[in-house]
Design a protein around this ligand. Structure first.
Ligand code: DC
Length: 238
């Protein structure tokens, strides 16, 4: 069963996806980490970030792997653990080139679908999971929140990481990312057809999770009174 969670930066989708997966005991896929790993690979390879063919070649050639679990995700690039490095401001500032490359998107969507087939039950989050990667997912969510609230959440994370930033800088960055995410010609951020929309501005993560669990139960995808997926009955053997 595939559960997709899409939304803009700071909408709470990463934390929600991680906690939801842990609660259901299934892996979660942070697709942003894939775009970040390709960004780091392209920066290290020194390619021109406006060169579509070069970016596609990096996404095709480099070996970036995701180790998925219900409570963790580790990312390696050519065998080196880059889990922390892909979260740096340097990588942050360049992801838009990689996210705007049709060739890279085609390759990453293909990899995401392969992961879905291999793993089976998955919570996957990003910008295009319910639209492009898994349009036939069993259930889709779209999380959003006011820009000021999203900037406030991001500011807390960055300060906790020891970055020296102000609220105004982070808000400007959130607004800029919203603009590039929704205006890019390739796969702009949009609400997937049939998605359940949640405005998380005034909700805690626990409240978002409870709402999602309720919707999963209502859809008959999670067992009543339990945090377990409803699994399809085994096929009769003859
Ligand atoms: O969610 P994030 O900040 O880790 O995403 C990193 C970058 O990748 C950001 O520029 C948005 C982009 N992205 C995307 O275009 N499609 C996805 N499915 C996931 C992320």
């Amino acid at each position: 069963m595939i559960i997709t969670i899409d939304g803009p930066a700071g909408s709470g989708k990463s934390t929600t996806a991680r906690k939801l997966a842990a609660r259901l005991g299934i892996p979660y896929l942070d697709t942003g980490a894939m775009y970040r790993a390709v960004t780091l690979a392209a920066l290290e390879a020194g390619v021109d970030l406006n060169d579509e063919a070069a970016l596609t070649a990096v996404a095709e050639r480099e070996d970036y792997q995701l180790d998925l679990g219900p409570t963790h995700i580790r990312v390696t690039l050519n065998g080196r653990d880059v889990t922390e490095e892909i979260r740096s401001m340097h990588v942050n500032d360049h992801t838009r080139f990689i996210a705007g490359s049709p060739g890279v998107r085609r390759i990453l969507i293909q990899k995401q679908r392969e992961i879905g087939v291999r793993i089976g039950d998955l919570v996957t989050e990003g910008r295009d999971q319910g639209t492009a990667a898994f349009p036939d997912a069993e259930i889709k969510f779209f999380l959003d929140a006011a820009a000021e609230k999203r900037a406030e959440r991001r500011l807390h994370e960055l300060l906790a990481d020891g970055e020296e930033v102000t609220f105004e800088q982070v808000l400007a960055n959130v607004n800029e990312r919203d603009r590039t995410d929704s205006e890019r010609p390739v796969a702009p951020l949009s609400v997937p057809e049939g998605a359940i929309r949640l405005d998380t501005t005034h909700l805690s993560i626990a409240e978002v999770l409870d709402t999602i669990m309720t919707r999963l139960r209502e859809a008959g995808l999670v067992q009543p009174e339990k945090d377990a997926l409803v699994t399809a009955p085994p096929k009769a053997r003859h």
